[in-house]
Design a protein around this ligand. Structure first.
Ligand SMILES: Nc1nc2c(c(=O)[nH]1)N[C@H]1C(S)=C(S)[C@@H](COP(=O)(O)OP(=O)(O)OC[C@H]3O[C@@H](n4cnc5c(N)ncnc54)[C@H](O)[C@@H]3O)O[C@H]1N2
Ligand code: MOO
Length: 407
């Protein structure tokens, strides 16, 4: 049996970069950019007025002048008009281009305006301290041609804003991964079916589908009964269509646990079977030569769940962002725990913050790997090392987090 670390390494060794597709920027949120994007203009592209008020020549202020006749008014979006008289001012709004002949802006709050013989006169109460005051200078932030977004970044709201400002109305992104979610077992019925006393509903398939959608993959649900012939017939079309299969159930030692055999019969080579961990030990992982990878997860719901977040999600993320290995998350154990078996233990925890702002992990009571409802209280799992038995409150331990917001 291999360790969790070795299993993770073997899973990630099958990662391959995704092909590219071009989508509208409005459809690109959460997608991974496939090319670098550069500034098409300076940021800002012109000397941008940063306050509503008047634009003046600083030299006039420096020379002691306080009264400025208003020559013109210029709103944002208007073609700038040059200042004709260097001793006058142009009334100006935030976002306008600084008029030629001016180099400083005095805010309305720092001046008084009055009408005199049909003319507007501004009296400067607080003179600007230097040229450039209240002006967002052209190229102050980025220069034309500068690298803004390197290939491989995930497009969140900040990246979308920058892409929009350079006019990227479409962007090349990594194609979404297509994943078949497969439940197996004679005891499982569809959600709209009334289960008989010895039956249950196929909750794992819906759980995995929801988890896949959250990480931006496409997911389609399938089901097989515990029937070797049906598996032999039904698996090849899925292997040919999808990038990955995530199955649950049928991988342990039972008389109807046909999956490892059936998968190998249809050409999926086993990479490993069984990992030194609890829950989720009977995990089977394989790959079709040059084709789909297969995560055959143990059927107990918490085992399926833990293995999804420990192995499937990192694989999906790495396929989309091969160049960006993620730093390991950690949280501080809030209460001491003992775990004796020489297995990596995924300890269910609820998260909050200490007064110092450290992420704290509170162990949660759970009835084992069949206790699906225990997940409702949890935000993640602390990964307790197989070779250690005592874990003390205050220790920082690796965290597999599945809920992002602290409640
Ligand atoms: N003799 C042994 N028996 C078992 C071992 C072992 O080492 N020796 N390992 C146990 C462990 S640990 C696990 S985990 C389970 C995993 O077994 P399978 O992957 O073969 O899963 P099944 O037997 O098909 O199902 C287990 C359990 O989960 C329920 N299940 C399955 N699929 C779904 C689904 N889609 N939605 C909801 N619930 C599902 C299923 O009804 C079973 O109750 O094996 C132990 N046995
Ligand atoms: O791995 Mo099993 O998941 O302990 O129940």
């Amino acid at each position: 049996m291999i360790s969790v670390e070795e299993a993770s390494r073997l899973v990630l060794a099958t990662v391959r970069p995704q092909p590219t597709e071009t989508v509208a920027l409005t459809e690109a949120t959460g997608r991974v950019l496939q090319i670098a994007l550069h500034a098409d203009r300076d940021f800002p592209p012109f000397h941008r007025v940063a306050m509503d008020g008047i634009a003046v020549a600083f030299a006039a202020v420096a020379g002691g002048q306080t009264e400025f006749p208003i020559e013109a008014t210029q709103l944002a979006g208007a073609v700038p008009q040059p200042l004709l008289n260097p001793g006058a001012a142009i009334e100006i709004m935030t976002g306008a281009m600084l008029p030629p002949g001016t180099d400083a802006v005095v805010r309305y709050e720092d001046l008084e305006l009055r009408e005199e013989a049909g003319r507007r006169i501004a009296r400067v109460l607080v003179p600007p301290p230097a040229a450039g005051h209240n002006v967002h200078r052209q190229a102050a932030d980025r220069r034309q041609g500068d690298l803004l977004l390197p290939a491989g970044v995930r497009l969140g709201p900040a990246e979308i804003a920058v892409a929009a400002t350079i006019g990227a109305s479409t962007v090349p992104v990594a194609r979404r991964l297509r994943v078949a979610v497969v439940s197996t077992g004679d005891e499982l019925v569809e959600l709209d079916q009334a289960p008989l006393p010895h039956q249950i509903r196929r909750s794992n398939a819906y759980m995995v589908r929801a988890a896949l959608l959250e990480v931006g993959a496409e997911a389609e649900i399938f089901h097989f009964n515990d029937d070797q012939a049906a598996l032999r017939q039904g698996l090849p079309p899925l292997l040919a269509t999808f990038d990955a299969l995530v199955l649950s159930g049928g991988v342990s030692k039972g008389q109807a646990d046909f999956l490892p055999g059936a998968l190998q019969e249809v050409g999926v080579a086993q990479v490993f079977h069984e990992v030194r961990q609890r829950p989720g030990k009977p995990f089977w992982f394989g790959q079709q030569a040059g084709g789909a990878v297969v995560f055959a997860l143990p059927g107990n719901p918490v085992s399926t769940f833990v293995n999804f977040y420990q192995y499937v999600r990192p694989w999906l993320r790495q396929c989309l962002q091969p160049q960006a290995p993620r730093p390991e998350l950690k949280a501080q154990l809030a209460a001491s725990v003992t775990f004796r078996p020489r297995l990596t233990h995924f300890l269910p925890v609820q998260l909050d913050y200490s007064p110092q702002g450290c992420l704290l992990a509170h162990p949660q009571p759970a009835g084992g790997s069949g206790d699906l409802a225990s997940l409702l209280q949890c935000d993640g799992f602390l990964r307790l090392d197989a070779e250690q038995e005592e874990f003390r409150a205050g220790e920082a331990l690796p965290l597999v987090r599945f809920r992002e917001e602290v409640r």
